[in-house]
Write a protein that binds this ligand. Structure first.
Ligand code: SAM
Ligand code: SF4
Length: 383
């Protein structure tokens, strides 16, 4: 009756579009917050019919920039979630925020609405890098927003993007030291990736900037792993670091391949159904999604049942991102396949010998070196 569930809520609007970002985020002159409130609540009701009789452990407001949502919408979504499902007493409610002063001014109201964890997109700690990344905040504004977050929320994290053009390992080490001085229990540290369809993709293609070479980027990744472990925030996933017990519980649901529903434009869901997982994806375009929800009660663009080999592959792709790897017994109970048996000795042994994988009695995991080149590793495993 009460299998755990995560609820993801997507807010697709931003004040401006950052040149590196390929998230489902859009700039609009005005957002009819009342219409959006009603539509999100309606699709939430639809999600409760899709995945009923669960206990909600986490809610995650992602974007886009959910710190631009009216606190009243956040409040209404939380209240409606509690009315639709059983909810854990220690529910984790995270909201992604941009660290501008305007948004920090809303933190009190968001905390009042029930948000108990924020994740701030700081991205860099110097003005020139923030300008390059197209960010609207200064380093001081970001630091002030972190202080406001610390006052209002039990838990906070922030994001940095490294391996930026011109950045050396030493420069990143110095930035990371400053970051550790500002950090609480959790940090997300992403290597800059150039995504198709972004402005950086065209800029990079015409040679407007160059990224650090592969070796230098690898050295930055390795330095990050070692320094954060020494500071007591070891990596628990490729890009995520936390004190013991302080991992983002919502994101762990994805990586452990547990159940979640998604509401809002472009949101994905995965939840157990028969012997597989029901996969849902909502329409990405904000206006198309809104119209669909108003017309039909939901904005689902696609839904399918994942079973068999597809289920095993997806669970593996998610689980190997985690430092703990996949729990062999849990994996078997979810997919019907014991991962070590299904992958087989001939495929696993060379990857173990090369130092990319580890197998013990309870877990199958990628080493730090394996996590760093996870796509290549998965190709060898799933081929
Ligand atoms: C949805 S955004 C965060 C929320 C908020 N809109 C913000 O920008 O502060 C999630 C995070 O992904 C990271 N990110 C997005 N695009 C990236 C890219 N191309 N390379 C590396 N990190 C990226 C950024 O650190 C960003 O904060
Ligand atoms: S990084 Fe954040 S603020 Fe920038 S466009 Fe993407 S979602 Fe919006």
């Amino acid at each position: 009756m009460s299998a755990p569930l995560g609820v993801y809520v997507h807010w697709p609007f931003c004040k401006s579009k950052c040149p590196y970002c390929d998230f489902n985020s859009h700039v609009r002159d005005g957002v009819e917050q009342d219409r959006w409130r009603a539509a999100l609540l309606r699709e939430l009701e639809h999600a409760a019919r899709e995945a009923p009789a669960r206990r909600v452990e986490t809610i995650f407001f992602g974007g886009g920039t959910p710190s631009l949502m009216d606190a009243a919408i956040v409040d209404a979504v939380i209240e409606r979630t509690k009315a639709l499902w059983d909810t854990a007493a220690d529910i984790e409610i995270t909201l992604e925020a941009n660290p501008t002063s305007v948004e920090a001014d809303r933190f009190a109201a968001l905390a009042e609405a029930g948000v108990n964890r924020v994740s701030l997109g700081v991205q860099a700690l110097d003005a020139a890098s923030l300008r390059f990344l197209g960010r609207e905040h200064s380093p001081d504004e970001a630091i002030a927003a972190l202080e406001t977050a610390r006052r209002h929320f039990a838990r906070y994290s922030f994001d940095l993007i490294y391996a930026r053009p011109g950045q050396t390992v030493d420069a990143w080490a110095a930035e990371l030291e400053r970051a550790l001085g500002l950090a609480g229990e959790h940090l997300s540290l992403y290597q800059l990736t150039i995504e198709r369809g972004t402005r950086f993709f065209t800029d990079h293609a015409r040679g407007a900037f160059t990224l650090p070479g592969e070796e230098e980027a690898a050295a930055m990744f390795e330095f990050t792993q070692a320094r954060l472990a020494a500071a007591g925030l070891p990596a628990y996933e490729i890009s995520n670091h936390a004190k013991p017990g302080a991992a983002c519980r919502h994101n762990l649901i994805y990586w452990r391949y547990q159940d979640y529903v998604g509401v809002g434009p472009g949101a994905h869901g995965r939840f157990a159904e028969n012997d597989g997982k029901r996969a849902t994806r909502r329409t990405s375009g904000p206006e198309a999604w809104l119209e669909s929800v108003e017309r039909t009660g939901h904005g689902t663009a696609e839904t399918s049942l994942i079973v068999g080999q597809d289920l095993v592959e997806e669970a593996l792709m998610m689980g190997l991102r985690l430092a703990d790897g996949v729990d062999r017994a849990l994996f078997a109970s979810m997919t019907g396949a014991e991962p070590v048996a299904v992958l087989g000795e001939t495929r696993l042994a060379p990857l173990v010998a090369a130092g990319y994988l580890e197998v013990d009695a309870t877990h199958l995991k990628a080493t730090a070196a394996g996590r760093q080149r996870l796509n290549a590793l998965l190709e060898r495993l799933i081929a």
